[in-house]
Each structure stands twice: as C-alpha cells, then as structure tokens.
Write a protein that binds this ligand. Structure first.
Ligand code: HEM
Ligand SMILES: *[C@@H]1O[C@H](CO)[C@@H](O)[C@H](O)[C@H]1NC(C)=O
Ligand SMILES: *[C@@H]1O[C@H](CO)[C@@H](O)[C@H](O)[C@H]1NC(C)=O
Length: 338
C-alpha cells in the first residue's frame, strides 16, 4: 500500500489509541448522539434467543473469552485470513465457541444506522449483558460501561496461554484469575455461569474416569452413557439434560422450566458433586471457595448481584495502552484493511 493512502488511516488509528486510554463510560453512545445503539443490540439478542435460547450461553462465554485474552477488544471474533491463519478463534481452548453470527448481524444493523461508530468489543459486552438479562428473566441486569475499541491482533497461542483449562487444579485457577485481578470469590461467582450452556466431549472426557470422591457415581455413569456418542454435547447443568440422562444419574428434581435458566443451580450441583468439569469440582478443594459455593447455593439473590458485578469488572479488562493498533471494525470478523 502506498504511504499517502495509509496516512489518513494511521492518523485515525492514533486518535483511536488516544480514546481508548480514557475510561469506559455508561451511556457512551448516548453522549455520541447514538441513543439507538443499545436498544438495537438488545432487540437483536432478544429476537435471536426467542427462537434459539441456547445462543445466550454462547454469547456469555464469547464475552469471557474475549476479555480474558488481552482485554475486551473483539480479538476473539476475527476469522482466519491469509495474513493471520491462526487467530484466537481456532485455539484449542476456544473449542465450541459459537454465536458469532449473532454479533455479525448486530454489527450489520448498527453499521446501517451509525456507520463506523460502534466497536465490536462493545457490541459483545452489550450482547452478553442482554443475554444474561434474558436468561435470568431480568434478575441479572446491569449497566455496561462502553467506549472500547477493536484490536487488529489475534493469536491462537495467546488464547491457549491465557484461558483456564477444564482440567485445571484449584491453585492453577486461583493463579489464572489472580493474574487478571480476580480473587477466589470472583472465581466462584463467575464459575456459576456453568448453570447454562453445553460442552463437547474433549472438555469433560477426563471426568469419565475421575475417582469417586470427585464426582457423583450415578452422574458419572450418566456421563459415560452420554459419551458413547462422542459428537453429543452434554449440558453443563444436569438440570438441562435429557430425561434418559437424568434417569441414569438418579436426578429426580422435576424441571418443567426452560433450559438455560441463569440462576444459582450450579451451586446446588457443586455441593451434590454433579458439576461437569474438573475445574468446577476443584472449587470444593479449597476451604474458602467451598464456603462460597455453599453461600451462593443458599443465597440466590446474592449470586445474581455478585455475578452482575463480576461481569462489569470483566468488561473493564482492556488492551494494554500502546500495545498494537486499535480501531472500530467495519465487520467484526475481519480487521479493516489499511
Ligand atoms: C473458571 C474457569 C473456567 C473454565 C476452566 C471453563 C471451561 C469451560 C469449558 C471447557 C466449556 C465447554 C466448552 C465446550 O466443550 O464446548 C465451557 C463452557 C461454558 N463456559 Fe466456561 N469455563 C470457565 C469459566 C467461565 C466463565 C468465567 C464464564 C462466564 C462468565 C463461563 C461461561 C461458560 C458458558 C456460558 C459455557 C457454555 C457455552 C455454550 O453453551 O456455548 N465459563 N467452559
Ligand atoms: C450422535 O450425536 C450427534 C449430535 O447430537 C447426532 O447428530 C447423532 O445422530 C448421534 N449419533 C448417534 C449414533 O446417535
Ligand atoms: C433455577 O431455575 C430452574 C429452571 O427455571 C428452576 O427449576 C430452579 O428451581 C431454579 N433453581 C433455584 C435454586 O432457584
């Protein structure tokens, strides 16, 4: 590319870096006279979840995986390209990530009304909030500080080096969260997100052979039966499993409600040794974490509000200043060309 063509973009990028260093602000787009931004995101998320509720869990996880790796910068949304064949999206630790189509749809709608204004990182933060609100029937709700920018860097290796593993020990998890400024209580609070969504075989196969103290025997039997089909996903929350699975597991709690209801069931499962991942189980191995599991089992409203606070905090992880260029992408799956 010729320098004269690149210059305006360079200037725009430098301005963008300057903006990012300012703090995020609730109502950022209202201040920019774009008051339709958050309503458009909500409308699209609600429309999507009305016909496929399962995408709500996917949006919440996308947000976590975006923010955990180099801050909330939409780096997780980038597709492989000839220049960058291994973006975060293809990392092993990003197994099962989905709902990219929802973000793309929202972006297209916003570009039609407010071209070049809304970052993909903000769209994801709003969409995750709207999904939690929807899936909790409004019990979990919070204002989202915004004004993020999108990065042009995305590497699978960064995701694999940064995201916690489903086979992590408690000390691993504590260290992993500590690096991001999250304490053990927040680790326990955020793990409650596993009351929704599904997992693929590689994420829980170790649990099929876990020793008896780490997993309820009947739940393990149900998992083994389900895993005879390795393509089958398993619900993170036994509450949302099939009738056959629950019968195998001796889980007699009658649930007539919808799947993927975002509440504190995770903590009931944890105390009953019926959580899916080893990383869920190990929370019981630490006395303080265990006391928090019990607390959130017994105080559903406290979990709702602590979970909301933790998601706001998650959204404040930002790319380090000056590290790489930032922009407002035109499409969330690709960097702007310059
Ligand atoms: C504590 C460390 C964590 C570990 C080790 C972990 C691990 C995993 C794994 C292995 C899966 C299944 C992926 C698959 O096989 O498809 C999963 C799913 C999920 N995780 Fe986590 N996770 C953690 C924390 C979190 C946090 C902090 C959140 C959000 C606040 C979250 C939200 C979700 C959701 C919603 C799903 C279901 C996604 C879907 O249905 O598409 N997880 N997690
Ligand atoms: C295995 O699970 C996949 C995904 O749910 C399903 O499409 C397929 O029909 C299942 N195969 C068998 C043999 O049940
Ligand atoms: C969580 O939601 C499910 C589904 O609506 C419901 O059956 C269950 O009672 C709730 N759990 C708690 C602990 O309130």
């Amino acid at each position: 590319m010729k320098l004269n063509a690149a210059l305006p973009v360079l200037v725009a990028t430098l301005l963008a870096i300057a903006t990012q260093s300012a703090a995020l602000k609730v109502g950022y787009y209202n201040d920019k006279k774009c008051a339709g931004v958050e309503p458009i995101v909500r409308d699209e998320v609600y429309k999507t979840l009305n016909y496929d509720r399962s995408k709500g869990a996917a949006l919440v996880r996308l947000f976590f995986h975006d923010c955990w790796v180099k801050g909330c910068d939409a780096s997780v949304l980038l597709n492989p390209s000839s220049k960058n064949p291994y973006p975060e999206k293809v990392a092993g630790s990003n197994i099962g990530l989905r709902a990219f189509d929802v973000i793309d749809k929202i972006k297209a709608r916003l570009e039609a009304v407010y071209p070049g204004v809304v970052s993909c990182a903000d769209i994801l933060a709003f969409a995750a909030r709207d999904a939690t609100r929807y899936l909790s029937d409004g019990h979990i709700d919070y204002a989202v500080p915004s004004g993020r920018l999108d990065s042009v860097v995305s590497r699978a290796k960064d995701a694999d080096d940064t995201l916690p593993s489903s086979t992590a020990s408690f000390p691993d998890l504590k260290k992993n969260f500590g690096k991001k400024g999250f304490d053990v209580e927040e680790l326990v609070v955020l793990s409650g997100a596993h009351s929704i969504g599904v997992a693929h075989y590689p994420s829980f196969k170790d649990r099929l052979a876990a020793p008896g103290n780490e997993i309820d025997a009947k739940y393990q039997l149900a998992l083994r039966n389900a895993a005879k089909n390795k393509s089958r996903t398993v619900a993170n929350d036994i509450r949302d499993e099939s009738y056959a699975f629950k019968r195998d597991a001796g889980y007699y709690t009658v649930v007539t409600g919808r799947k993927d209801y975002l509440n504190n069931t995770y903590y009931h499962n944890a105390m009953d040794n019926r959580v899916l991942f080893k990383s869920d189980w190990v929370l019981r191995t630490d006395a303080f974490a265990l006391s928090k599991l019990k607390e959130y089992r017994d105080k559903p409203k406290e979990w709702d509000s602590d979970f909301a606070d933790a998601l706001v905090k998650l959204g404040k992880l930002l790319p380090a200043e000056g590290k790489g260029l930032l922009e407002i992408r035109k499409k969330c799956s690709a960097v702007n060309t310059y």
